[in-house]
Design a protein around this ligand. Sequence first.
Ligand SMILES: Cc1cc2nc3c(=O)[nH]c(=O)nc-3n(C[C@H](O)[C@H](O)[C@H](O)COP(=O)(O)OP(=O)(O)OC[C@H]3O[C@@H](n4cnc5c(N)ncnc54)[C@H](O)[C@@H]3O)c2cc1C
Length: 405
Amino acid sequence: MPSKEYDAVVIGAGLVGAAIAYGLVRIGLRVAVLDEGDSVHRPSHGNFGLVWVQGKGVGRPEYARWTLESSERWFDLNASLVEDCGVDPGYRRPGGITPALSEDELCALKTMLERVRSESAAADFEFEILDDARIRTLLPACGPEVVGGAWTAYDGHVDPLRLLRALHASLDLHGARVRSQTKVRAIVPLPGGGFEIAVASGPSASSEDLAGYDPPKGSSLDGGETNKRLQAQRVVIAAGHGSKALGSMVGIEVPVSPEHGQILVTERTASILEYPTLSVRQSDEGSILLGGSKEDRGFDISAPVRTSAEIAARSLRIFPQIAKLRIVRSWGALRVMTPDGFPIYAASDEYAGAFAVACHSGVTLAANHVWQTSRWIERGTIPPEMACFSPRRFESPSSDVSKIA
Ligand SMILES: Cc1cc2nc3c(=O)[nH]c(=O)nc-3n(C[C@H](O)[C@H](O)[C@H](O)COP(=O)(O)OP(=O)(O)OC[C@H]3O[C@@H](n4cnc5c(N)ncnc54)[C@H](O)[C@@H]3O)c2cc1C
């Protein structure tokens, strides 16, 4: 392979791109990470911070195993980031609890977890259905409406902003070029292999890195509207909602769409929740985060009061004492959803070295993206445990896995 200035360019410095890039620099590749900046909808800055396994992968056992594996690898990821840059994402894995507000909800939880256990052939998949006394032992803050719940051993949480900061700081320390305010306009496969990436860069981009490159004669970048270019042997598209457009430049379909989620944050308080739940958790700094909403609202990221009221109402039914706390922040953000809710790991058939990754659980899967997905990109051969996540599954009429990822 001819040498390029970078072994890999990762497009997108959100949780997915930053985690993959971190894996690549740890392997020893020369990496640039390019990010458009603040003008786009980024879930990496507005998520709930769960590393969540419970209930993941119903109907798709590979996803249950993939998620579980990432949760196991999260300890190494946290330790590695602390060692590299001193920023601690604060991963904790006490196990997670899903409280039920009715016998029907409790029954549905039991059915779901039994299904995950049997489908994934993991007889030792550890979960417990909690009756009303047991859940109050674990979570004394539960209100009278809670009838029980489900606990699994593998769930945990982190501070997602500290995670992002730790990844970026570690990338920097490992010599990766991380450029914000740098929008990728075009990816052009080069004759003989590799890619030319054309960017439009804003005030903070370094001209030293990207300038001075002459595009090959006849390249569509030669004299175009773009103002900077760089070359790489591999290109990794991890651009969240921007991935659809970028993927089409290298023959990869990335069918993602936005799903709106909203989060409320209370003032800090004494520790009252030892375990995270899917929709309420307490941060290590004492704030309580309330979430769990899912709405189809296009690219609207506003945080309407109606949705906040619904989130607060259900949270208070579960943990009534939250009513005493003031809400200090709320926001909306857009999940990167695939048609079946499972992740996409795609390599271009037409252009060797072009990859795309998209998922709605980029916090949970960060450890696998660092340790596993980077290896796939380095070697170019997809490991068996990732092969089922190709977007080709959307071409087949039999790919009717229900939307319960
Ligand atoms: C409300 C909410 C709660 C969530 N809770 C959890 C949770 O508890 N646990 C969990 O695991 N996951 C959770 N998620 C999902 C998680 O946040 C996402 O999976 C993850 O952040 C996706 O990261 P990303 O890097 O793919 O996307 P993004 O964060 O969107 O990053 C993509 C980046 O690509 C850049 N970009 C786009 N186009 C271009 C271009 N042309 N050129 C250069 N750069 C470009 C953008 O600037 C952006 O920074 C939640 C999401 C939401 C919305």
